[in-house]
Design a protein around this ligand. Sequence first.
Ligand SMILES: Cc1cc2nc3c(=O)[nH]c(=O)nc-3n(C[C@H](O)[C@H](O)[C@H](O)COP(=O)(O)O)c2cc1C
Length: 216
Amino acid sequence: MRNYLIINASPRPKSTSLLLANMCKAYLDEHERQATVVSMYQGGGPDGLIDAIMGADVVVISGPCYVNTYPAAVIKLLTEWEKRACNGQIIYGMIQGGMPYSHTHKSGLNMLELFAAKNGLSYKGGFICGLGPLINGGTIDKLPNSKALRRQLTVFFANICNEAESGASVYERARMRVPALLARILANFMNRSIDKKYAARGYDACAESPYKTDNI
Ligand SMILES: Cc1cc2nc3c(=O)[nH]c(=O)nc-3n(C[C@H](O)[C@H](O)[C@H](O)COP(=O)(O)O)c2cc1C
């Protein structure tokens, strides 16, 4: 029987990444696949996971988006994985973050794709979900696009179950469209609140960056 390993890459005990990982496992269980969910931060961190990865046929990484990609611990895990003989596993990613867009989270999936290409693994696609903090490890029914999201997640899980390619259209069909005007108002609001926090701590948000260099 093929062995599916689903890695929860969120450090939070009750997290949206874990919820999605458990939803994926429930689908695979229903379809009589051997699936296990593990947390990356249990049992000594990423190093302890490598043996489990070596025993898996399909690896799914479900994690939050931290500064436009997976958390640094995922990069550490990939670095350790690379040191061991990669045995041709199939790899899928699930990444979710606060921003409702997909492009801001996509580099997480791109990283998995590049890692797979470099190490003889087979990257078969991923799923991007926005508004993760609204779910906050609870239920996806809290989202305005919950119906489409549930439907498209089922398509994604079926692709994993069948070890099939899962393209961007699968998650793009679930994405909530934010009207441009609303996005502009929200961006303005967020930028102002960040500037205010800077000012309260004595920083000038408009000052020239100390990292700016003419050599680039
Ligand atoms: C350090 C840090 C960086 C983050 N960076 C982003 C980001 O770049 N884009 C985004 O949309 N959300 C970002 N978030 C929000 C998280 O991705 C979001 O809260 C996610 O739902 C948390 O997932 P979890 O419940 O699985 O831990 C960040 C959160 C933290 C703590």
